[in-house]
Design a protein around this ligand. Structure first.
Ligand SMILES: NC(=O)c1ccc[n+]([C@@H]2O[C@H](COP(=O)([O-])OP(=O)(O)OC[C@H]3O[C@@H](n4cnc5c(N)ncnc54)[C@H](OP(=O)(O)O)[C@@H]3O)[C@@H](O)[C@H]2O)c1
Length: 311
């Protein structure tokens, strides 16, 4: 058995040059784990945030560390105490930590879902972080009710594309904010009102918002308090310091995603059946992951970027 495999990792914090493709040992699944042969992995903002050391206080991680927060692949070996997965099963999931950019990864079996028939591995790898984070930031952290008005910053992004659809389905009036090039896309997802952040200021156009989903952060968060109703809330997936930035008479909540395999399986079925749209803007090869991580930080995009390990 080949015990060496390729992985995308960092040995120290830094810019794009800190990321390298290296050979590392393949590990054996321990109790409660499976070994997954990874076929595809989604690229996420957490990759460059960890790379740069931005989140080292919130998530202390031992270096070197393999990057990659979500994967799809096939079970290659099963540890003791795992009964619901077998060798050969197609699986998908969020790591709950990092490590997905390796040819083989040991994963806590309880965090994985079966990949539905009708969904290929690249399609599956786009869903675990973004769709689950969008659903839970909207429904749990945000508690959206039918008839409420919701404003979504980053509506064309990985999370935003799903959140627009979930909010519309919940009966909300949806204000979606996106770049000029993506306004038709977010409208096609069901947004009732589309605001182009490159030419318009949302705070001059909207009022009485019950829920703001902040998938952008920074000054966008700081400008959002003024559009809320008296009981309105801002939920941010980007600014962990939101509580400190919340004005006295306002409500702000930090949202932290966790693997949710049951929800993931349901949402993946919806993607497979065409009920939920899942946009992949670019499919890259394993060797291009480092570049894609950097582009996640710097470049414009709608939807998800996924690495296909067969390329
Ligand atoms: N806390 C958690 O558990 C958690 C989980 C998942 C993701 N996240 C974080 O949540 C954020 C969103 O994730 P994502 O995967 O959806 O990122 P993404 O795919 O990069 O989407 C962000 C979107 O925001 C758009 N955007 C940039 N500036 C904007 C503005 N001023 N107004 C409106 N839209 C703007 C971008 O468009 P352009 O590129 O065209 O400008 C892009 O389409 C990231 O920071 C990510 O790291 C956190």
């Amino acid at each position: 058995m080949n015990t060496i495999q390729r992985a995308v990792l960092i040995r120290s914090y830094g810019g794009a040059a800190a990321v390298e493709v290296a050979d590392i040992p393949k590990s054996e699944p321990k109790e409660g784990q499976v070994l997954v042969r990874v076929r595809a992995a989604g690229v996420n903002g957490i990759d460059w945030k960890v790379r740069e050391g931005n989140v080292r206080n919130a998530f202390p991680l031992p270096l070197p560390i393999v990057l990659g927060a979500e994967l799809a692949g096939v079970v290659d070996a099963v540890g003791t105490g795992v009964s619901h997965l077998q060798v050969g099963d197609r699986v998908m999931g969020a790591m709950g930590r990092l490590g997905a950019y390796a040819e083989f990864v040991t994963v806590n079996a309880a965090t994985l879902s079966h990949t539905p028939d009708g969904l290929d591995d690249v399609g599956a790898a786009a869903i675990p972080v973004a769709a689950v984070a969008a659903w839970n930031s909207l429904n749990h952290a945000g508690s959206i009710q039918s008839g409420q008005r919701i404003l979504i910053h980053g509506a064309a992004g990985g999370l935003g594309g799903y959140a627009v659809q979930f909010a519309k389905r919940a009966g909300a009036e949806v204000f979606a904010i996106a770049a000029t090039a993506d306004t038709d896309y977010v409208r096609s997802l069901g947004a009732d009102h589309v605001i182009d952040y490159q030419t318009q200021s949302f705070e001059e156009l909207v009022r009485d918002i019950d829920l703001v989903l902040d998938y952008v952060g920074g000054e966008i968060l700081d400008r959002s308090w003024q559009v809320l109703t008296q009981n309105g809330v801002v939920v941010s997936t980007v600014s962990p310091d939101i509580l400190a930035r919340t004005p006295a008479n306002r409500r702000g909540l930090w949202f932290m995603n966790k693997p949710d395999p049951e929800l993931l399986e349901r949402l993946a079925e919806e993607v497979a059946s065409g009920k939920l749209q899942s946009r992949i803007s670019e499919v890259i090869g394993f060797a291009d992951i480092s570049e894609a991580i950097e582009r996640n930080r710097t470049a414009s995009r709608a939807g998800k970027v996924v690495a296909d390990f067969a390329l």
